[in-house]
Write a protein that binds this ligand. Structure first.
Ligand code: TYD
Length: 143
């Protein structure tokens, strides 16, 4: 499971296995093996207009791994000190996003499908939806 750092606190790319077959490729993932947490939730975005912006938040505790199952999109990451932009387009490559990392998603291709593997059930209280609140929490966390 090769991984590569993307330059923002804890975030990295995860390369999943592929079982190549003339009948079609198969990729799989297991909690605590291919993603570094127990999987509590899976959700996906689809029917996304090409000019849509998603995200615009960070999380107190949640860890996620994001995949482009089809098509492509861009994710901007920000840990309060450093920023990075990652383009996802390969369904076997996921982006792990740690807690306390702001993310914004855009540049969706027509028909893109974004799948998210999450460490916790949905909890609105886990979100920082205000950038300045996030920044204050990230800086306290880093000190
Ligand atoms: P949000 O996480 O802000 O979406 P994105 O980051 O992709 O732009 O969630 C959008 C709405 O969907 C918000 O009202 C909360 C709701 N939602 C759930 O009810 N359950 C979930 O698992 C998720 C991810 C969102």
């Amino acid at each position: 499971m090769p991984i590569s750092d993307v330059g923002v606190e804890g975030s990295h790319l995860i390369d999943l296995p592929v079982v190549a077959d003339p009948r079609g490729d198969l990729t799989f993932l297991e909690g605590q093996r291919h993603v570094p947490f127990d999987i509590a939730r899976v959700y996906y975005l689809y029917n996304v207009p090409v000019d849509a912006k998603r995200g615009g938040h960070a999380h107190r505790d949640l860890q996620q791994v994001i995949f482009a199952l089809s098509g492509s999109f861009c994710i901007l990451l920000d840990d309060g000190h450093r920023k990075a932009e990652v383009m996802l387009r390969n369904p076997r490559v996921g982006l792990y996003i740690n807690r306390l990392v702001w993310r914004e998603m855009g540049l969706f291709s027509q028909g893109a499908v974004c799948m998210v593997i999450a460490s916790n059930p949905y909890d609105e209280d886990d979100y920082y939806r205000d950038y300045d609140d996030f920044l204050a929490a990230a800086r306290v966390n880093a000190s």
